[in-house]
Design a protein around this ligand. Structure first.
Ligand code: SF4
Ligand code: SF4
Length: 363
């Protein structure tokens, strides 16, 4: 399967290299032009450099129904998924990437039972719907250090896997240790990531969800990106208030952690629902259907963690706070555990590919 995908990609890239009609659409074609032949490593680099803007598909005179059947976004989409599956060369990892819904639901159920039993042991109450007074702390349901440890362990494991992927992928696409220290290429790559520059197509936006040029996908992605950043800032402020200033949560609606958390959450909600909406309208021919469950699963886990976070905030002074808190924690921990097998893996592979691209262009 993996080999056939490489052969399909090699066939298409050789035609593109002769044709060169798309050379100004995106960086992938500039990187193609630097090569006369395409090794498997080159193909994986190019597949992860592709931002699935679909400009080349709609521009191509050899796209289906032509017998050449050139469909670069679909071929690269399949190869990206195969990269995520085959990278760690583990059957277990492949299985999770293949059936993300199943593993996510199982992880959620185990986490929910774990937090529920822990809370019952800690509070000595059999029901999670206990009467809480207006200023009850989350820590009256589960102890603070226990929460920190249970969140940090899966997060640290995921982070370690991401760092390993980063090092392995640099090696795989031919970036040597010393080569990864070019400050100018990092600055250029970070600028490109922050602006999601390559989702701009040839300057008119992506051909997404259909042939029309549109910036909607780029805008929704920006919402998600900034939502992540602002929510992270909120967590840092909350940690500072709790551990340095000794002010325990729950914080007031006008406090900095709640304001930042709400803005970040709202941006994530807007971005994720927008991306889901675009998917319902998208042209599915330049799309690798194999990627679908991984994409949807990631969006749904993130969406549910934001929604339950808002529910905890709104109902924190009611009898529903304990059960909502435990549901929210279970979803967040599912998110952390599923991270190394999720769509978010693309952040590492794509950043390294963008870095290689700018390094090649600066030579
Ligand atoms: S995608 Fe089609 S039009 Fe574009 S360079 Fe390749 S063969 Fe040519
Ligand atoms: S889909 Fe867009 S980013 Fe990917 S190769 Fe085609 S033009 Fe480039």
């Amino acid at each position: 399967m993996f080999d056939k995908n490489f052969e399909d990609a090699r066939f298409s890239l050789n035609i593109c290299n002769a044709c060169r009609y798309c050379e100004n659409i995106c960086p992938v074609f500039k990187a193609i032009e630097l090569r006369r032949t395409f090794s498997d490593n080159d193909i994986i680099y190019l597949a992860n450099l592709c931002h699935d803007c679909r400009g080349c598909y709609y521009a191509c005179q050899y796209a289906p129904p032509h017998t050449f059947d050139i469909n670069i976004p679909k071929v690269f989409g399949t190869l990206r998924l195969e990269t995520y599956k085959n990278y760690r060369n583990s059957k277990f990892s492949k299985d999770i990437v293949d059936k993300p819904h199943l593993y996510s639901i199982a992880t959620f159920i185990v986490s929910f039972l774990f937090y529920t039993i822990s809370s019952i042991i800690y509070t000595g109450k059999l029901s999670l719907i206990v009467i809480v007074d207006q200023n009850a702390s989350f820590y009256s349901i589960l102890p603070e250090n226990f929460l920190i440890i249970t969140m940090l362990i899966p997060f640290a494991i995921s982070l370690t896997i991401y760092i390993k992927n980063f090092i392995d992928y640099c090696d795989y696409i031919g970036i040597k240790k010393g080569d990864f220290l070019k400050l100018s290429s990092h600055i250029r790559s970070l600028k490109s990531v922050i602006l999601l520059e390559f989702l701009g197509g040839g300057g008119f936006g992506c051909n997404y969800p259909d042939e029309e040029y549109s910036f909607s996908r780029r805008i929704y992605h920006q919402f998600v990106l900034f939502g992540f950043k602002i929510t992270f800032i909120s967590t840092l402020i909350a940690a500072f208030m709790s551990h340095i200033l000794n002010i325990s949560p729950p914080y007031t609606f006008t406090s900095l952690p709640v304001i930042f958390g709400s803005i970040g959450g709202a941006l994530l909600l807007l971005g994720l629902t927008g991306l889901l909406y675009l998917r319902t309208k998208m042209d599915r021919i330049p799309y690798s259907e194999n990627v679908n469950s991984m994409d949807i699963n990631f969006i749904m886990i993130l969406l549910l963690s934001v929604l339950t976070g808002f529910l905890v905030l709104l109902f924190r002074s009611t009898i529903f706070m304990p059960i909502l808190l435990i549901i929210h924690l279970s979803i967040v921990i599912t998110f952390f555990i599923m991270l190394p097998f999720s769509k978010l893996q693309h952040a590492v592979f794509r950043y390294v590919s963008i870095y290689k691209y700018f390094s090649e262009m600066n030579k």
